[in-house]
Design a protein around this ligand. Structure first.
Ligand code: UGA
Length: 433
């Protein structure tokens, strides 16, 4: 099938590349010139395991093209995917101005029946607004359908999640659109046990916000238990392990620490809260999820402040800058909030991350970036683990300690075994213990 992908962020670029790799002809469009320049050179603007290799393969096969020409991409395609960002507005609502802009472009260049697929995360009832916009601005009366096809990929495993999805949700109102979507995904589902959930458009939109809010709720629940454990003298690892053994609950995604970051959960929770308000539904559960998440990072910072007493002039190494491992994405990363606070307290900060230092340098140009965790901690009064990269889990604590002024370790993500830390002369401060 001929497909246009408008917007080449995590979702658009991964979706486009994966669909091209299974035989579709895909044109990915972006209006960011810097990004487009990289893409045209075959480089991925984001670090995502396996993505650049798959791009190279699909480009070589002639199935993947990058372009700044939205008009041509729309005209040549049977399906147009809207994959633009939906950032939070100042009032928390999702800002849909980029979605509207694409809808108007589609209207302008509609030249026959097309399926318009909304993959951007949007509030329920957005597809109807996209449909109205296209009808309002289309110069000729061509037929089209608007479909909601939410994306569930995780950064760091985006290619795998797209090629081997745990479910596919298709929200469509017409048989023609439903069939087109099933043909599109055929190479990903044929012979495999992938559940395909066909729903109404509104349900599909709600599934996405519902899924992300539930996952974030699980994390905040874990952080609530962690705080209770700290105050009661219990161990959150023991408690959550046992709670998670109940198959109805599950241990997965029940990890406490310094809370969730990234571009999705924080923004989707804000947007869903607003959607619930608009729908007349009490949003207090979602509100609590958000405030517990903020509380987790605040408690961690307080631990550092309380333990080190006077911070002005102290040296602290931050290990891990990305919001989670296997990505260079630093959006809403708890590490950045910690750096910001420590700098305002007069701390001399050094930092290390396997992938995210270039992006962090743009925000904090004046802190020291080290080539290794061992270099980062040289002469430091404390080390703070903010992301659970495998490299940190495998760290040699004896060597780390030898480089430091005082062996004080704060562990925001359960990266280090406290016994191992103590055996190597560290004072260990974790979360939930
Ligand atoms: C999330 C969802 O997991 C995807 O299914 C969804 O498609 C995506 O948002 C999206 O809406 O596009 P992602 O933001 O890549 O994916 O990252 P997650 O793996 O969900 O992690 C989010 C944050 O939660 C990270 O900061 C992570 O460290 C934190 N987390 C995760 C915890 O604190 N505890 C856990 O148990 C799990």
């Amino acid at each position: 099938m001929n497909i246009a992908i408008i917007g080449t962020g995590y979702v658009g670029l991964t979706t486009g590349t994966c669909l091209a790799s299974v035989g579709h002809r895909v044109i990915c469009v972006d209006n960011d010139e810097k990004k487009l320049e990289m893409l045209l050179e075959g480089k991925s603007p984001i670090y995502e395991p396996g993505l650049e290799e798959l791009m190279a393969k699909s480009i070589a096969q002639g199935n993947l093209i990058f372009s700044g020409n939205t008009k041509q991409a729309i005209k040549e395609s049977e399906m147009v995917f809207i994959c633009v960002n939906t950032p939070p507005r100042h009032d928390g609502h999702a800002d849909l101005k980029y979605v509207e802009k694409v809808a108007r472009e589609i209207a302008e260049h509609l030249n026959g029946y097309k399926v318009i697929v909304d993959k951007s995360t949007v509030p329920v009832q957005t597809a109807e607004k996209v449909k109205n916009t296209i009808e309002r601005y289309a110069s000729e009366g061509h037929e089209f359908d608007v479909v909601s096809n939410p994306e569930f990929l995780r950064e760091g495993t985006a290619v795998h999640d797209t090629l081997y999805p745990d479910r596919i949700v298709i929200g469509a109102e017409s048989e023609k659109a439903r069939n087109a979507m099933i043909s599109l995904f055929e190479p990903l589902i044929a012979g495999k046990d992938v559940p395909v959930k066909i729903t109404s458009v509104r349900s599909a939109e709600l599934i996405k916000h519902g899924a992300n809010t539930f996952l974030a709720t699980k994390i905040s629940f874990a952080n609530l238990i962690a705080e209770a454990c700290e105050n009661a003298g219990a161990d959150a690892y023991e408690v959550l392990d046992a709670i998670g053994l109940d198959a109805r609950i599950g241990r997965h995604f029940l990890n406490h620490g310094i809370g969730f970051g990234g571009s999705c959960f924080p923004k989707d929770i804000k947007a869903f809260k607003k959607t619930l308000e608009v729908l007349g539904v009490d949003p207090s559960l979602v509100h609590s999820v958000e405030s517990i998440n903020q509380n987790a990072i605040d408690r961690f910072i307080q631990k550092i402040e309380k333990t080190l007493w006077v911070l002005d002039g102290k040296r602290i190494a931050i290990l891990g800058l990305s919001f989670k491992p296997n990505t260079d994405d630093i959006r809403n990363s708890p590490a950045l909030k910690i750096i910001d606070k420590l700098l305002s307290d007069g701390v001399v900060v050094s930092a290390h991350d396997p992938k995210a230092m270039d992006k962090t340098r743009e925000l904090f140009p004046d802190i020291m970036y080290a080539n290794s965790p061992y270099e980062a901690v040289k002469g430091c009064d404390a080390v703070v683990f903010c992301t659970e990269w495998q490299e940190y889990k495998d760290i040699n604590l004896r060597e780390l300690g030898e480089k430091m002024q005082t062996r004080i370790l704060f562990d925001g993500r359960g990266v280090i075994d406290p016994k191992n830390a103590n055996d190597n002369g560290f004072q260990y401060y974790g979360m939930g213990r």
